[in-house]
Design a protein around this ligand. Structure first.
Ligand SMILES: CC(C)(COP(=O)(O)OP(=O)(O)OC[C@H]1O[C@@H](n2cnc3c(N)ncnc32)[C@H](O)[C@@H]1OP(=O)(O)O)[C@@H](O)C(=O)NCCC(=O)NCCS
Length: 161
């Protein structure tokens, strides 16, 4: 796509959600490093290209602006990573990506989706609450942080029967 068309697609906001490919990893790693205090290494992403994982890329034109990594274990999905480019946050894209991955999980007969989120991550916590997740527990010291360790909320989204 010519550069001007890419720009127009981004401005129009048309979001395309497709499977993430290994070729996307340079863009993913760039966003990952800008978004997290403790970003995943490339080897962690590489290890997620397995049959029971679903990796999603959210793109506007040729530009990758978000991604999600979900692991399936029998009838349960574990959302391991959901991220939107810092320059594109707060525009409804994380919500669209989350709805997409939940719809796909539902289509594949997943019963519930669980995730961990840092206690301090208010934006993600609010998004998950708004989309129907409930807090089902805490994992003390689950995440590394600047002072040592930070607790995680464990949240679950249950698909109706
Ligand atoms: C969490 C994240 C994916 C949300 O994506 P986003 O595109 O910015 O979010 P959206 O614009 O779709 O917002 C959806 C909802 O999330 C919540 N939200 C988003 N940003 C928020 C903020 N800064 N403060 C509080 N709530 C916020 C709101 O409930 C919002 O709904 P509203 O606009 O109706 O109020 C994004 O902030 C991100 O990538 N953060 C860095 C990586 C990360 O922390 N991932 C989650 C790991 S568990």
């Amino acid at each position: 796509m010519p550069e001007s068309e890419t720009f127009r697609a981004v401005m129009n906001g048309d979001l395309d959600i497709r499977h993430l490919a290994r070729e996307d990893l340079p863009q993913v790693l760039e966003i990952e490093r800008q978004s997290y205090s403790h970003p995943w290494a490339e080897a962690v992403f590489q290890d997620c290209f397995r049959d029971n994982y679903r990796l999603w890329a959210a793109c506007q034109g040729d530009v990758l602006i978000g991604y999600a990594v979900v692991a399936y274990m029998v009838d349960e999905a574990h959302l391991l990573n959901l991220c939107v480019h810092p320059g594109r946050q707060g525009q409804g894209l994380g919500r669209q990506l989350l709805r997409h991955l939940l719809a796909e999980a539902g289509r594949e007969q997943i019963r519930q989706t669980i995730l961990e989120v840092r206690l301090s991550n208010d934006a993600a916590h609010q998004l998950y609450l708004a989309e129907g997740f409930d807090e089902i527990g805490r994992r003390p010291g689950y995440y590394p942080d600047a002072e040592g360790r930070e607790d995680a909320r464990v949240m679950a989204f249950r698909f109706s029967a």
